[in-house]
Design a protein around this ligand. Structure first.
Ligand code: NDP
Length: 234
């Protein structure tokens, strides 16, 4: 069945891979992008997810274009790593707003139509660091952990309406986000990764595709790690 999908931050990295995977399943896929030119092949809406008015306008535009959003992939995210002792308050707030509060605001926009339709899939991009913790990431780990509490609570609230809410928790995935990670940190992470390699955006997208599919109809309030076994045994 062709569903109406919205992927935030769908212009690159994990978001783009997820958008491609969901489009390959025959869905109508819209993406949001904030900067640059969007990739071809999707209905693209420029939107800064930290601006609730822009989010609202984006959802309205997508609804007109391809119908009410039935599958939401809340993926847009940023890091601003620094030890808490030196972290400007602004950097803590920006990471919380982009990674967490924007996901909440977006959910509020798409949820009424899902409730009405008695069908919906809510998928949130967290991080395994939300559970393991990581130095320099008090902001990021907090925001990503908040997503888990949010999604699991929401799953209970909307379960009777046949709406699922799940979280994907990737490990180290080769995208622009991890480009700046130092060799020392990269090697340290790989040493704690069972598969001893980084992951690809497509490998995360495969989990997103599963959660969005009819096959995942009994999966909700879940947190799916896509980590190559990062942290296992440690
Ligand atoms: P990228 O840096 O490659 O992409 C981030 C995406 O988020 C871009 O599309 C970017 O848009 C978008 N974005 C950031 N801020 C905003 C904003 N204010 N408004 C709208 N869009 C915004 O990262 P990844 O693909 O790696 O990350 C995707 C998600 O996966 C994130 O939530 C990240 O935290 C999570 N994740 C990534 C891991 C990794 O190892 N790569 C590990 C665990 C989780 P633009 O291009 O316009 O900047």
């Amino acid at each position: 069945m062709s569903r109406s999908v919205l992927v935030t931050g769908g212009n690159r990295g994990i978001g783009l891979a997820s958008a491609r995977a969901l489009a390959a399943e025959g869905n109508k896929v819209a993406i949001t992008y904030r900067t640059g030119e969007p990739p071809a092949g999707f209905y693209a809406v420029r939107c800064d997810v930290t601006d609730t008015a822009q989010l609202k306008a984006a959802v309205e535009e997508v609804t007109v274009q391809q119908g009410a959003v039935e599958i939401l992939v809340s993926n847009a995210g940023i890091t601003r790593d620094q030890l808490l002792i030196g972290m400007p308050e602004e950097d803590f707030r920006a990471v919380m707003t982009t990674n967490f509060e924007a996901a909440v605001a977006l959910t509020r926009q798409v949820l009424p139509a899902m409730i009405k339709a008695r069908w919906g899939r809510l998928i949130y991009m967290s991080s395994i660091n939300s559970m393991s913790g990581a130095p320099g990431q008090t902001n990021y780990a907090s925001a990503k952990a908040a997503l888990i509490g949010f999604a699991r609570s929401l799953a209970i609230e909307v379960g009777r309406r046949n709406i699922t809410a799940n979280v994907v928790a990737p490990g180290m995935i080769e995208t622009d986000m991890v480009e700046h990670v130092t060799d020392v940190r990269r090697q340290a992470a790989l040493a704690r990764t069972a598969l001893a390699r980084t992951g690809t955006p497509e490998e995360v997208a495969a989990a997103v595709r599963f959660l969005a599919a009819d096959d995942a109809s009994y999966v909700t309030a879940g947190v799916i790690p896509v980590t190559g076994g990062l942290g296992a045994g440690h």
